[in-house]
Design a protein. Sequence first.
Length: 286
Amino acid sequence: MRVPHLALALVAVPAMAAMVVAGGRSLKGSESVVTVDQIDPVPGQGADAAPEEPATSAILAPAAPQLPKPPAHSRAIDPEVVVPPELPAGELERVEPRAPLSDLALAGPPKPRKSKMPDGQDGTKLVQPVASAAGVIESKGYSVTVSGIDVVKDNETCNDDEGKSWACGARARTAFRAFLRGRTVACAVPSKGGGGAVSAECWVGNKDVGQWLVENGWARPTQGGPYAEAGDKARAAKKGIFGAAPKLGGLPALPAASPAPAAPDSILPSEDGAVMPPTDQPAPAQ
């Protein structure tokens, strides 16, 4: 019959549950129970096993050298003061700016310089002038004779106090050329006059050409002209043509010219006056 087996099963289940509870209590009260935390882990086993450290891990690394720290630059800051204090208005006075020291300090470029004659008129610029004599300037088709002077001609000779004659005209022309040095001359001549021989005042920069010639003795002043006083001073100082003849004794003598060799009558060789034809040339064809 099946009824006794079912009853036996129902009685066995509570008995087994009681035995499990009693066994757990006995294990809990026992002092020799070993927990899982007390078991030493085996090296190399388990996912949480710590890696084995090398034998040299106990050696300390050398310490880095300690460099001296640079001194800190700081300044005292007053948190109460943010800007400089305002000065009283009565202690300051505004003045006008001074004038510039030169035209270079102005905003605009300096104006170009013009050649002005003493009377305020514009002079004609004679570029690259050539002095044919002391006081005669040739340029741009003009032959300008400086006014107020008596020109010393280039072939004129003078006698000094000792009666020695010398070429004062050539010396005066050389001195005048050295004074010009190719500089532009401004003369009071018409700019579109067609050229020709004229007499006019001339200037090189701020220097009067006629004044320079007379005061250095390289020209004679005209009678009653503006340079009469300068001519008297040059004559008294014996300058230029009024002075002594230049001393040329210290110069070496010119070497004697050697005669030029005579040219031969013929380039062909000759024997006893008879010209011999070349021997290495073939005979002319018949």
